[in-house]
Design a protein around this ligand. Structure first.
Ligand SMILES: Nc1ncnc2c1ncn2[C@@H]1O[C@H](COP(=O)(O)OP(=O)(O)O)[C@@H](O)[C@H]1O
Ligand SMILES: [Mg+2]
Length: 362
């Protein structure tokens, strides 16, 4: 099987590529920077100016800066590549916190109260009705950089004025007191393969590792695991990191990441996460390819059945026999053609080189 890992070439991507090599015959590491998408007549995806080769599995990842490019590549590959863990739509949803929260809301996944308003003035009005402190976020910020905290109406108002001048879209969120901690759960398929608690070591309320947070081992409750799995499913991403805050009323999801860092979580959770991802990609691709083959076989058999039924006199096919242990399994279409039923009685005549099965008639 042939796979491609399309990414920005981070350490996490290199780790994933190395692990994928254990399972796939070919693993091409392609840089997002050298990919080009063209649409319209003779459109397609070019890598370093040449058409992208065919792959059985393409794992695409990259930061929010590449959200639209990732979505475009995935959209164009979706029909051609048997398996991609993240479909096009997830790249734009996950890379935008407002769109992520909309999906969470539609799937009844718990999250902090989140507001979006049309203008700075309407946001100021809204602030009169909320409890402080509050959090303001750029929908496309990462690594804690677009997250601001305000503990009073006056500090929130001055932040809003600055956002207005910068013409920056933002969301307002209820502040959840966690003592500067959050949980990162790494979902791969239908499992949380690793998790850590991140704790801010300073006065900073952001627990991101990039903002100076430190990872600690954590044993997740069934509730947190289920919420992480539900979130990944709602966002349609088979591989993603989910950020969760532990509130007094239960776990709340704040965001998802389709290009999660692996090093930190791997060290803390003592799990080979790159291997877990590679193994999952391999098994999933294999299952899909086998399913496709079965589908094709079924179609051939269906066509054959039709030929056999339609053309009078054509009642014979030449085929090999399938055995299960000592028993012969007849092809499905033979059963269909004969209209045999499992509760009726049949007479089976056998001699060397010949078997005949027919309905038992008294
Ligand atoms: N509503 C909130 N209440 C309390 N802390 C929050 C809230 N939202 C975010 N944080 C803190 O800020 C950090 C960064 O927020 P997050 O929404 O994950 O954005 P980023 O994409 O920058 O990581 C979180 O890991 C958490 O520690
Ligand atoms: Mg985060």
């Amino acid at each position: 099987m042939k796979a491609a890992l399309i990414s920005q070439g981070s350490k996490s991507s290199l780790m994933t590529r190395e692990a994928m090599k254990k399972y796939f015959q070919v693993v091409d590491m392609l840089s997002l920077k050298h990919l080009e998408v063209s649409m319209g007549k003779e459109g397609g995806i070019l890598y370093e100016g040449k058409p992208l080769p065919e792959y059985d599995c393409v794992y695409l990842k990259g930061s929010f800066r590449y959200a639209y490019l990732l979505r475009s590549i995935a959209a164009l590959l979706e029909k051609k590549v048997p398996y991609m863990p993240i479909p096009g739509i997830s790249f734009t949803t996950v890379h935008n916190k407002l769109l992520t929260h909309l999906v969470l809301e539609q799937h009844h996944i718990p999250m902090p109260k989140t507001y979006v308003s049309s203008t700075i003035d309407s946001a100021k009005d809204l602030l009169k009705r909320v409890k402080f402190p509050i959090v303001m976020k750029f929908p496309e910020g990462t690594q804690g950089k677009g997250v601001m905290f305000a503990d009073s109406l006056s500090s929130a108002s001055s932040l809003l004025d600055a956002l207005g001048v910068l013409n920056q879209p933002f969301i307002i969120q209820e502040y959840i007191e966690t003592g500067g901690c959050d949980i990162r759960a790494l979902v791969v398929g239908d499992k949380v393969v690793a998790a850590m608690r991140r704790r801010s070591l300073t006065e900073d309320k952001r627990a991101n590792i990039h903002a100076g947070g430190k990872g600690e081992p954590i044993h997740l409750t069934r509730e947190v695991i289920n919420i992480a799995l539900d979130t990944a499913k709602a966002l349609q991403a088979d591989i993603c990191g989910i950020d969760i805050l532990e509130s007094p009323t239960g776990p709340l999801v704040i965001e998802a990441n389709v290009s999660p860092g692996l090093q930190g979580i791997q060290e803390v959770a003592i799990v080979d996460v790159a291997d877990a991802i590679a193994n999952f990609l391999y098994l999933k691709t294999q299952t899909i390819l086998q399913g496709q083959k079965k589908g094709e076989e079924k179609k051939v058999m269906k066509d054959m059945t039709q030929t056999l039924e339609n053309k009078e006199g054509v009642q014979e096919i030449i085929t090999t026999l399938q055995f299960r242990g000592e028993r012969i399994l007849l092809p499905e279409f033979i059963t269909q053609l004969a209209h045999f039923e499992d509760r009726k009685e049949y007479v089976i005549k056998a001699q060397k080189g010949k078997i005949e099965v027919k309905e038992f008639k008294t």
